[in-house]
Every structure is written in C-alpha cells, then in structure tokens.
Design a protein around this ligand. Structure first.
Ligand code: BG6
Length: 495
C-alpha cells in the first residue's frame, strides 16, 4: 500500500446519485476501492450512494461488495480493504419528488463537524433529465458551498441547444470551476502521456506541424456491439457517443499549442482554440468527408455475432461506425487532414493515434532495393499502451543498399512496473483534489457540439440508412475510399 503523504486526499462526502446503477457498479465503486487500497482516502471520507431503491446500509454494502468483486481484478482483491471501503459506505433512499428523502440527505451531510467547509462531491450518475431537479434541490437545501463539486457524465445533450440547457441548469447552482464534466478518455494514462510526450521532450516539436506532418489518423475501434445499451445508443449513434467527445478530445491533445504550464485553464484554453479552428462542415463537406455505417452479422474474434438490428430488435438509421476527414485551420496545421474513425463490432479492439510524416524531400538511395515507408509515430492508447516510431533502416549486408521499415517500440507494460490505474481512479481523485484539468469545460463541450451539429443536420436531412459493414471487418469500404481519394490509407496496425 502506498503511504506517500501527498497522495492522501482531504476527507470528503462522496455522494453518488445513481448509486446502484451500472456506472457506479462498473466504474465508480471499483475505482474508489482501488484508491482505498492505495491508502488515499482518509478515515473520515464517506461514500453515500443515493438511489430510489429502499435499501439500508447493509443492503447497499452487499451491492458494493459484489460490484467490487465483479469488477476488480482478482489479484487486487484484499478482503481487509473491501471491509475498510464498506465501513465508509452508506445508502440513502432518494426519490427526487419526496421532500422527506431530501431532508434525510440534508441531515446526513450536516452531520459533519465543519459542514460549511467540508468537501462534498455530488456525482450525477443518472439520466440527464435529472440533473436540473437534483441541482435545484441541493441548492434549496443549502448544501452547495464553495467547496462542493458537481460531476456530470455524458451524454451532455444531444445537440448544442440541449447541451446549453444542461449547462445553464447546473450553472444556476454551481460555478463553472465546481463543475467536472467527465470524458473518461482524458483519464487514460496513455492520453495523459500524449501531453508529456509532446511537451516534456524537444525532438517532436520542430516536426509537429504542416511542414513535416502529412496527416493524422485517430482510430477507436471496438469489438463489442451495443449489447444492453441499445436503447441509449440508438438515440445517440457513434458521432454523438464517441466523436463529439472522446475523438475530438484526442484531436485537441494532438493539435494544441503548448500551454505555458499544465494547469486547468491553460490546457483547456488551448484545446478550445483547436475546436474553434476546426473547419466548419458545409453540406457538401458532410457528403464528401463523412462516412456512416452500421454493423451487420459476422464473426468477431472467431465468434458469430448478431447485427445491430438484431441487437436493437428492429431496424434503425443510427450509425455504429463513423469516419470523418477534419481540418484544423490554423498556422500549424493548415492543409493537414485529421482522419477520425470509430466503430463497434470491428475486427480488433484498438485505439491508436497515427502521426504520419511526409516522405523525405529527396530520394538519396536511387539504386537501393527494398521498401521504405514514411516515418510514422504510432501512439497506442489501448489495449497495449505504448508508442512506436517507424523508420527506414538499412538491412545489414556487404553490397548495395537494401532498405527496410523497422520500428522503435516503447511498451508501457515492460518499461514501467507500476500498475496502470483505470481512468476513473485518476479522475475521481482529481475531483476530490479540486483539479479540473482533465475535465471538459463548458465552452469546450459547446464548441465540439457546434462542429458536430452540421454533420448531424445533414445526415438527418438525407435520412439514409447507413452502409452495412460485416461485423469483424474494418468498417464500410467507403471509409477506405475516404482516404484513398487523398492517396492515403488507414494504418491497420497489427496487434
Ligand atoms: C463510452 C461510450 O463513452 O466509451 C461507449 O459510450 C464506448 O459506447 C466506450 O464503448 C469506449 O470506452 P473505452 O475506454 O472502452 O475505449
């Protein structure tokens, strides 16, 4: 157990609205368990799960214990730590419409010795239509103090206007610096390392621009289908579910200018500038530069799998795959395409950023044999975090020059022996710490919607059924054509 004193956080009341829900069970409670294991939570920290189910503390503790056992790796399970975590867990039966339930919450929170200064985290792991009523109630109860934080999960709206409505509603009660909008991609170690790779080293910076970079590819490829989330997913689709948030956040981290230092507003200001520099999509751009698909039946990792329509139980025009050609219109990136793609039920699970450099300006080895490839930096976000720099090398031999592509490989798993924390562990602790750097600011979320909205509008006007791709493939052929048109191809990096 780590006992580094600066790792121990201030005590807090961590209130999870939706305390028995899927997110709480799969991510939040296991994440808190891991931090408990590291000794990061002081003895007086309380975890209060609020839900409509009439449970007492003992019932809820059983649910928490089960969630931890199911979602924490067996090697990390320690019964003594589970017991310590359960000791701080409470349940509150809360029906938003029943005033007496809210008074119970009030009494519980006011129980603290210095309630006005206590850190309270209100985590909204509930449907967005409850955000407004919950915040309003908290305000009426007088339990929102300057040391409180509010955490929100996506979907933060389904378009710009609905996103503004949510932001306005929570903004009436909480100051912007108290609001933590989670994008779990920002909690991934490899995503944070992207900032370090770019800005704690010098060698990339002179090359990181349109003079040397040919194009950038960002891929988040999933093997899973929509499973039991089909209802939510069908109202969302891949563009809203993945591109508006995760993929655009990755694009921002690749394209942003160096901030003066890594702080909440310095980083977010730079990301915002990237979003604002994205070339707006006109109708003809959408037709030319976007591809939609949805999975049909097929085989993934050797298993026969059902189609999206099978999973949903009916037909639909929602996309489960999207590819987009974006451009960042600024001095650094003018003319460099950023190709984004993401899809469900593809052949392989991988999330990768490929920065593809230009060919050398002059071919110096005219009589050489073998193949050359443009230099490429591959940043693997998952499943095997690491980086590869692809170079051309000479094959050893006494006569002539034979060229061959080779790569320098950095695997985090073999380089670092430390355990790699799950994104939520890091993000939950940042909330308690009061560090919003890795959370999305209101203006970022809205700028992202602003860019995505014309695509949604055009798709909706066209009202077409997305192209079907076979489950287990790399997506619709149109996605390959999108790059082929520019004389390029997706890097299908090998696992
Ligand atoms: C979520 C999406 O935000 O991210 C899911 O709603 C998606 O549809 C998931 O599967 C992917 O996250 P990860 O960390 O598994 O790449």
């Amino acid at each position: 157990m780590s006992t580094e004193p600066d790792l121990v956080l201030p005590a807090c009341d961590f209130v999870i609205f939706g305390g028995t829900g899927d997110l709480a069970r799969r991510k939040l409670l296991p994440g808190l368990y891991q931090r408990e294991r590291e000794g990061q939570l002081p003895a007086t920290t309380r975890i209060i799960g609020a839900s409509r189910q009439g449970l007492d503390d003992a019932d809820y503790r059983a649910i928490v214990a089960e969630a931890v056992e199911q979602h924490v790796a067996a090697d990390d399970l320690d019964p003594a730590v589970v017991r310590r975590l359960l000791d701080r867990v409470h349940h509150l039966t809360l029906d938003a419409d029943r005033p007496e339930d809210w008074h119970t919450l009030h009494a519980l929170l006011k129980d603290r010795s210095d309630p006005e200064h206590a850190i309270r985290v209100y985590y909204l792991a509930v449907a967005p239509q409850l955000f407004d009523p919950i915040c309003t109630r908290l305000d009426e109860l007088g339990v929102v103090t300057p040391t409180c934080r509010l955490v929100m999960e996506k979907p933060l709206g389904h378009d710009l206007e609905s996103s503004r409505r949510i932001n306005d509603a929570v903004g009436r009660v909480f100051e912007e610096q108290q609001i933590y909008r989670i994008d779990h991609y920002l909690g991934k170690e490899s995503v944070q390392n992207l900032l370090v790779t770019r800005f704690a080293n010098t060698f990339l910076e002179p090359l990181w621009n349109s003079r040397w970079v040919d194009h950038v590819q960002i891929t988040v490829s999933e093997t899973l289908g929509v499973a039991d989330r089909a209802g939510y997913y069908d109202r969302s689709g891949a563009l809203r579910d993945m591109v508006q948030n995760h993929l655009l956040q990755l694009l921002c981290l690749v394209a942003m200018e160096p901030p003066t230092y890594v702080g909440p507003d310095t980083v977010r200001d730079e990301k915002l500038k990237v979003l604002q520099a994205l070339k707006p999509m006109q109708r003809e751009d959408v037709d030319r530069d976007t591809v939609r698909g949805r999975y049909g039946r097929g085989h993934v990792e050797g298993e026969a799998v059902t189609s999206y329509a099978d999973d949903l139980g009916r037909d639909s025009t929602t996309e489960t795959f999207v590819a987009v050609r974006a451009e960042v219109q600024n001095w650094r990136w003018a003319g460099v395409p950023f190709y984004l793609r993401t899809g469900k039920r593809l052949g392989r699970r991988h999330s990768t950023i490929e920065v593809v450099f230009k060919e050398p300006p002059h071919a110096m080895f005219p009589g050489s044999q073998g193949t050359t490839v443009p230099n490429r930096l591959t940043i693997c976000l998952q499943p095997d975090e690491g980086m590869q720099l692809h170079l051309t090398a000479k094959v050893p031999g006494p006569g002539g020059i034979r060229l061959r592509p080779v790569s320098l490989d950095l695997s985090y798993a073999t380089t670092f022996r430390e355990r790699c924390p799950e994104p939520y562990e890091r993000l939950l602790m940042d909330v308690i710490r009061g560090n919003p750097t890795l959370f999305m600011r209101r203006d970022e979320v809205e700028a992202a919607w602003q860019w995505v909205e014309p695509i949604l509008r055009r798709w909706s006007d066209r009202d077409e059924v997305p192209t079907t791709y076979a489950a287990g493939s790399t997506g619709p052929v149109e996605a390959a054509i999108l790059l082929a048109r520019d004389g390029r191809a997706w890097q299908e990096s090998v696992a």
